[in-house]
Design a protein. Structure first.
Lengths: 273, 89
């Protein structure tokens, strides 16, 4: 049977790639250390497959068709389309159709209604963290894209339920594979709004404290009422909430929190217990 | 609940994620705009680089893509956003 061997989260931001050469050295060192620590743990866990929880930045979906959640079941996925990610490898990115289809079937059997895709393009939201993990061998990826741009968006309570479902699906998958969950995105940031560039450090620290304490009720209350005021990018904390649900709402170890106005993002990195 | 998005403005912004389309747009804006049945007032706002007006009509991420494609530096984009009426996000 499959085994869930680790649950992790990391922020992303296009400027971490596009403007890397121009970022201050201390910031680059802290970001590299945080991504590197996650990469070290994922490598040590000998992960075969990463279930990647990521937003879509208008790469796959548009106002023509905007699913709340989409599971990538393809045997491969397209790499990032952004010019500043052109060096990402491997491209295409290997998938795991068996696990993707099993998650889909488990979800449908439990009255969840995901969309599916046989070929997603994975933008910087998924690929920037993957590239910065500096893994010597890229695991197969089962992407789960969670809409965090426009309604319809999952409620945070539903995110926790999705996480529990994900854990159940991985545990019941017949293949003997080692699976990690990697949530990407958040914390506070604001893109294309009058508050663009602002980071709500107080909200970020309250959120991290709520994740660390683990209790679902206070966490949901904080995120449902607070995230919408922490910039539109804070919607991506939904991915963290799914990971939290998958971890059984146990607390996590905060690897680092870096409020980084240079990249417009309150950057956080964590591993669940 | 935020207001309705302007579909064709949003489609223009979405399509301008493609570097080839960006080059075309910077070379001949009118030729590219001809492919999008924009309302006259929306087209006028596009031509005028009216950040505040367009911010009320499309998603903030798409708005940023648009002005990056149009060649507006982030600092100017942010200054114009802040000078405009508050918008949802």
């Amino acid at each position: 049977m499959a085994e869930l061997v680790g649950i992790f989260a990391a922020s992303h931001g296009p400027l971490i790639a596009r403007d890397w050469a121009r970022l201050p050295d201390p910031l680059k060192q802290r970001l590299s250390a945080a991504y590197g620590e996650l990469g070290r743990r994922i490598a040590a866990a000998e992960v075969d497959v990463i279930v990647g929880l990521a937003p879509d930045h208008w790469t796959n979906f548009f106002l023509d068709n905007l699913p709340a959640l989409c599971i990538g079941v393809g045997d491969e996925h397209g790499g990032p389309p952004e010019p500043f990610m052109r060096d990402f490898a491997p491209n295409p990115i290997p998938g795991d159709p068996a696990l993707g289809q099993h998650i889909l079937a488990t979800a449908l059997a439990a009255d969840f209604e995901p969309a599916l895709s046989y070929r997603l393009r994975l933008d910087h939201g998924m690929c920037l963290p993957l590239s910065r993990l500096a893994l010597s061998r890229m695991p197969r990826i089962v992407p789960i894209l969670i809409n965090e741009l426009e309604p319809p968006m999952l409620s945070y309570r539903r995110c926790l339920a999705w996480g529990r479902l994900l854990r159940q699906a991985i545990a019941s998958h017949a293949a003997p594979v080692r699976v990690a969950i990697l949530a990407t995105g958040g914390l506070s940031h604001s893109i294309g709004e009058p508050t663009m560039g602002a980071i709500d450090e107080a909200f970020d620290r309250r959120s991290l404290d709520a994740f660390a304490r683990g209790e679902e009720g206070p966490l949901v209350d904080l995120l449902e009422h607070g995230a919408a005021h922490a910039g539109n990018g804070a919607h991506e904390i939904r991915n963290w909430a799914v990971a939290h649900g998958a971890a059984g709402s146990r607390g996590f170890e905060l690897i680092d929190y870096i409020p980084a106005p240079e990249v417009y993002v309150g950057c956080a990195f964590a591993a669940w217990r | 609940m935020r207001g309705m998005r302007d579909y064709w403005l949003s489609k223009l912004c979405f399509d301008l994620q493609d570097p080839a389309r960006v080059a075309e747009y910077r070379g001949d804006r009118d030729a590219v705009l001809a492919h999008y049945p924009l309302k006259p007032e929306v087209r006028a706002a596009v031509v005028a680089d009216d950040v505040g007006a367009l911010a009320r009509l499309t998603n903030p991420y798409l708005l940023r893509y648009y002005f990056a494609a149009a060649g507006m530096p982030d600092a100017e984009f942010i200054t114009r956003l802040r000078a405009s009426a508050p918008v949802d996000g």
